[in-house]
Design a protein. Sequence first.
Lengths: 165, 208
Amino acid sequence: MVSETLVALGLLIGGLGEPTCTLTMHPLHTTLTEVSVDAGAAIEIRMRAFIDDFSAAVAGRRDASPPHSAPDGSVERYLSTRLMLTGPGGRAVTLRVTSVRHEGDVVWVTLRAAGVRTLAGVRLTNRVLFERYDDQVNIVQTRDGPRRRTLLFTSRDGATPKPLV
Amino acid sequence: MAAAVSELLAFASLGFRHITDPRGADHILFLLALAAIYRFRDWRECVWVITAFTAGHSITLALAVTGMLDLPEPLVEFLIPVTIVATAIENLIVRERTVAFWGRRYRPVFAGVFGLVHGAGFANYLRSLFVDRIAVPLFGFNIGLEVGQLVVIAAAFAAFAALDRMIGQAMSVTRGAVGDRIVRIRALAVSAIVLSVATRWAVERLPW
């Protein structure tokens, strides 16, 4: 009885006094991206991210202020290397940021690629925030007419272009 | 149909990752605290307790994700380590479970109640993941959580078996004989470590 109590007491005190405890509560490192083709024959991408993480990534430093609601180029510069589309044959599809909207603790970024009528043959690479978090998971939901698909991009496979339908 | 399957699998994968991710160990520590007192032959009782936890977190997860329940996130983030602390303390102070209050049947009850708190925590995560469609992501996420829990418990029992052997050797107990005293020492050791970590989290996350 005494030895059992001593074991528990020792581990308890040792654990409480351990200054380099690396266990943490659950972090939230995710983005959600919706990809669709609109009536104007353009691909529309709407990406939602936590504003603090995204602001820091765009600015390239911690504690950055949120990006302006009017696109100022910094968001597009960041996303041009992180969120990439290729069309049939592997040609790059240019994405333009059309809006940046704040909503509570998240930011919505809308991008468009003109002149694309279908998601067939289109591939997406989504490495948003991978440079910040090893456990970042980017969810992508696509819609092309009746066809829908959900994709996950993780730090292990985010650099691999994936077909959208 | 293919779209629903794709969505189900994606969110099941997220649920599995969420509960098995060792970098965010709150739910893992709670499962460890729940399982710490059992030996392998008690696996049915352990599964019963885990099932009660599942029932609890499924209820609040559904209520919170559909907007029928809205708990302040700082409060939920504080209460999650409190549930772990309470479970670990219970492991430490209840020595003879067969004569404990209400036999051993109270454990599933408090696992279910504590599951309500963890469900609210899962919801805070899941709410950030989707916009309009709820049913399929919610169902898929729950499936992933359940599979993940089973994997965590299986790994915990394997680790407990190894720990029991080490304790038995240290106590010079015959190989293969896992006595009540060995299980008690293992439960105390695991619970003390879990308690120390969760206490720190609770203090760090005091909402006032």
